[in-house]
Design a protein around this ligand. Structure first.
Ligand SMILES: Cc1ncc(COP(=O)(O)O)c(C=O)c1O
Length: 410
């Protein structure tokens, strides 16, 4: 019997939309399993970017002329699409250069409302970009950074988290999905526990928005960060969602054009949201491209994508578990389509190099989550991460490749 996902999903048509997928590039037909690092782009996104340059390239917001008006409209249309995608209000969607930049914005701006001795809580399974900005803020403002402990499975110790909450905690910042382990955190619970003590919560959704429907109003998170390039959109563009009340209270992050209402040498007044946080000429084609990426995801349906990717995860986990000497790193009950593993005592890098010779692209190393690797006392992992265009046949190729690696190196 066919499952709902396979009937709703025309995988052949989907793959045709992505020029790199299934094509021989430089004589190599690449099996691309590095989607947590970045996804490939559908033609609609690529065309939207070239159309901007070919047909209506102009600076936005400050021109009375036709081209500027068309470009501004396209950019603001994209903002609306993204707002609808996460169920936010349009003025709560701020364009940044990516999830990293979004987190740095909050770490630089919101923390100015804190006082020395205040505490920020992150978790032990964060990407470096949800660790280092807070460390910098802590050094600058004499704040304290505290870390939710994890279990071997890659799940967080929520009971320990609850005990960490006190009146000095001014922010909790956690990922929705771990990029190196695939763990999906119990965000609703984390947010409820923090909110019960009036503590705002920032969500790093860089590995979530392309896999799981995210509704900021239902989640009730205070901030949410993500990157365009991990959700089939362009590089160099990302989003910070923030609740209006917070964004209005926070001081601007960067100064410059666009973010002001009036400027004199004595005093500057700031623009309304979201422009108050968008100094300088924005990444117009990136924003437009991201709007098309959202259209693309919507055209397939995130619920269908989620179900299809879950099938890939289950299939992959089953097939890889049959390989002698494989050890999964990250065995949370609730997981996204990421499989991290070690094969016998083979170094992840060596495994990745051999797989590359077989035209299989995986990521190896610490995946910008060194504290996880330290906790687990491993040098890194091999990570296969799936997107909507991957197939079970590609997973079979990965399995064959790993058997070869094992024969050569073990
Ligand atoms: C969970 C998580 N957060 C943040 C980032 C940073 O994203 P970017 O480099 O696009 O800013 C990544 C990138 O891998 C990630 O996986």
């Amino acid at each position: 019997m066919e499952t709902m996902a396979t009937t709703a999903f025309d995988i052949t048509a989907i793959r045709k939309q992505f020029p790199i997928i299934g094509e021989a590039i430089g004589g190599k037909k690449i099996i691309y399993l590095d989607n947590a690092a970045t996804t490939q782009k559908p033609l609609t996104v690529i065309d939207a970017i070239t159309d901007y340059y070919k047909l209506y390239n102009a600076n936005v917001h400050r021109g009375v002329h036709y081209l500027s008006q068309v470009a501004t409209e396209a950019m603001e249309d994209a903002r609306q699409k993204i707002a609808t995608y996460i169920n936010a209000n349009k003025e709560e969607v701020i364009f940044t250069s990516g999830a990293t930049d979004s987190i740095n914005l909050v770490a630089s701006s919101l923390t100015q409302l804190f006082k020395a001795g205040d505490e920020i809580i992150i978790s032990s399974i964060e990407h470096h970009s949800n660790i280092v900005p807070w460390q910098l803020a802590c050094e600058r403002l004499n704040l304290k950074l505290r870390v939710i402990p994890m279990f071997e499975s890659g799940e967080l110790d929520i009971a320990a988290f609850e005990k960490m909450l006190n009146e000095r905690v001014k922010l909790v910042s956690v990922c929705y999905v771990s990029n190196s382990l695939g763990t999906i955190n119990p965000l609703e619970e984390i947010i409820q526990l923090a909110h019960a003590r009036n503590i705002p919560v920032m969500v790093d959704a860089a590995q979530a928005v392309q896999h799981i429907p995210v509704n900021v109003k239902e989640l009730d998170c205070d901030f949410l960060a993500f990157s365009g390039h991990k959700m089939y959109g362009p590089t160099g563009i990302g989003v910070l969602y923030g609740k209006k009340e917070w964004l209005q209270t926070m001081p601007p992050y960067r100064g410059g054009g666009e973010m002001i209402k009036t400027v004199t040498f004595e005093k500057t007044t700031y623009n309304d949201l979201p422009f108050k946080f968008e100094a300088g000429t924005p990444h117009v084609e990136g924003i437009i491209g991201l709007g098309f990426a959202v259209d693309y995801i919507n055209s397939i349906g995130l619920a269908n994508i989620m179900q299809y990717e879950h099938e890939l995860l289950e299939y992959g986990t089953q097939k890889l578990s049959e390989i002698d000497g494989i050890k999964f790193i990250g065995t949370a009950k609730n997981k996204s389509s990421v499989i991290s593993f070690l094969l016998k005592d083979i170094h992840p890098y060596d495994c990745g190099v051999i797989l590359d010779k077989l035209n299989i692209a995986v990521r190896t190393g610490h995946h910008c989550t060194q504290p996880i690797m330290d906790f687990l006392k491993i040098p890194g992992t091999v990570r296969a991460s799936f997107a909507l265009y991957n197939t079970k046949e590609e997973i079979d190729e990965l399995v064959k490749g790993l058997h070869k690696v094992s024969k050569m190196l073990a």
